[in-house]
Design a protein around this ligand. Structure first.
Ligand code: ATP
Length: 445
């Protein structure tokens, strides 16, 4: 069994080598826990987001999309409880200036006391007593850096949905139960980030808030729990590596009545990558109080008035993409040689098909170009005429490209091409004019 670090190290190295993910600001020595997506990574993450958007917005009549701004009125964060509650207790080492979570298992002794030992520099008595530290990034709006101008980068996308609840309700003419979905950036000044893109300081969330009658909360909670697991399984992940984890009473967030995480078994253990939460009427009630605006719903059939309960499904786009990458990473031996292959679900693969002229002569490049130009109008294709055909296949295996199209001597005679399947390595011969239909059929789902 390879060690966790080993598997993650290999993935980080492949991600850099092939252009999935790069460390941010690398030429300046890097910026802690911020990552950039390269040419393959941006396609992969976009495919994850588009699949989510399609299933949550386009395929449902009862969910509307939204794109709220990252910057919001500072009172939003008072109402949400983030200014008071979004904090972790931290300790600093006065000697080496490192900062740790107070519950860091590497700390020996009690921080603030002479016996406490810094896990980095090893000095005793240099750790401060725990202090609360807010995870929100603060900045200033306008020209003057004063308290009145403080504004925050949002630590979750959800609040942008709550403060637009009435706007969407009125403009879309939806009726409860209905939902609002949003994909967007969020920022948290995490103290113990790490594990590649698992916990970062800037990340993207895919959140959907579903507004229901208070008495219907349990029913919708169960519905969304099941739906989200089904969607996650549809990403083609190993099902035995997926499970639910219900939050115990002491894990529940201040707003939650019930919460389940969807966890994946990463090389570093079972970890959450999506949460389904029953947030009750906490959020809308708080915004009602703090803004002074009525956020009640009036049921026109029964004349009932109530503040809706909210069932939230909250997923990380980056963390889900990491799950997809970890799950796809596969090493095997083929004909005595090591092969590294990213077994992405074809619908998620950054490149769907790569086109290879077997050799750069005898009319093969011309035909290959024509086929490539035709293909790229329908799907993301890639043309490669460099190096031996074996090496070209290997490069696409690492990119996770499901189909390799080779134009050989026979192709110029009878207008057929070979289609190599990334996983089975089997090759079919297909008529060039049927290629688009052939691939589209295989890429479905
Ligand atoms: P954790 O316990 O891992 O910090 P959380 O319970 O605070 O996560 P939520 O606030 O419920 O997470 O956020 C929902 C989702 O957003 C998470 O399941 C995860 O996919 C993503 N997410 C949250 N924080 C980060 C982060 N720092 N980096 C990357 N993704 C994140």
């Amino acid at each position: 069994m390879p060690s966790a670090d080993n598997v993650m190290d290999k993935l980080v190295s492949l991600a850099k080598r092939r252009g999935f993910v790069f460390q941010s600001s690398e030429i300046y020595g890097g910026l802690g826990s911020v990552w950039d997506y390269g040419p393959l990574g941006v396609e992969l993450k976009k495919n994850v987001k588009e699949r989510w958007w399609r299933s949550m917005v386009h395929e449902r009549d009862d969910i509307e999309g939204l794109d709220a701004a990252i910057l919001m009125h500072p009172k939003v964060w008072e109402a949400s409880g983030h200014i008071a509650g979004f904090t972790d207790p931290l300790v600093d080492c006065k000697q080496c200036k490192n900062r740790f979570r107070a519950d860091d298992p590497r700390i020996k002794g009690t921080p603030g006391q002479p016996d406490a030992q810094c896990p980095v520099c090893g000095m005793k008595g240099t750790l401060t007593a725990p202090r609360l530290f807010n995870l929100m990034f603060k900045t200033f709006m306008g020209p003057v850096e004063e308290d009145a101008a403080v504004i925050y980068l949002r630590p979750e996308t959800a609040q942008g949905i709550y403060i637009n609840y009435l706007n969407v309700l009125q403009s879309s003419r939806q009726k409860i139960p209905f939902g609002i979905a949003q994909i967007g950036k969020a920022f948290r000044n995490e103290i113990t980030p790490g594990n590649f893109t698992f916990r970062t300081r800037e990340f993207e969330q895919m959140e959907m808030q579903f507004f229901v009658k208070p008495a219907a909360d349990q029913e919708w909670f169960e519905f969304w729990k099941a739906q989200r697991m089904e969607w996650v399984q549809g990403l083609g992940l190993h099902v035995e590596k997926l499970r639910f984890h219900q939050h115990a009473k002491d894990e529940l967030a201040h707003y939650a009545k019930d919460a389940y995480d969807i966890q994946y078994e990463f090389p570093f253990g079972w970890q959450e990558f999506e949460g389904i939460h029953n947030r009750t009427d906490f959020d809308l009630s708080r915004h009602q109080q703090h803004s002074g605006k009525k956020l009640e719903y009036v049921d026109t059939a029964t004349n009932e008035r109530f503040v809706p309960y909210i069932i939230e499904t909250s997923a990380g786009a980056d963390r889900t993409t990491l799950v997809v990458m970890v799950d796809a990473y596969h090493e095997e031996e083929v004909a005595g040689e090591k092969r590294v292959v990213m077994r992405f679900h074809p619908a998620l693969a950054p490149i769907k098909a790569a086109v290879f002229p077997l050799v750069n002569k005898d009319g093969m490049p011309e035909l290959a170009r024509r086929i490539y130009d035709d293909l790229r109008r329908h799907l993301n294709a890639f043309y490669d005429d460099g190096g031996s055909i074996g090496r070209r296949y290997r490069r696409q295996d690492e990119a996770g490209t499901p189909f390799g199209i080779t134009i050989d001597g026979q192709s110029t005679q009878d207008q057929t091409v070979t289609v190599r399947d990334r996983d089975t390595l089997l090759q079919d011969r297909v008529a060039a004019d049927r290629l688009v239909a052939h691939l589209t059929e295989k890429l479905k789902g």
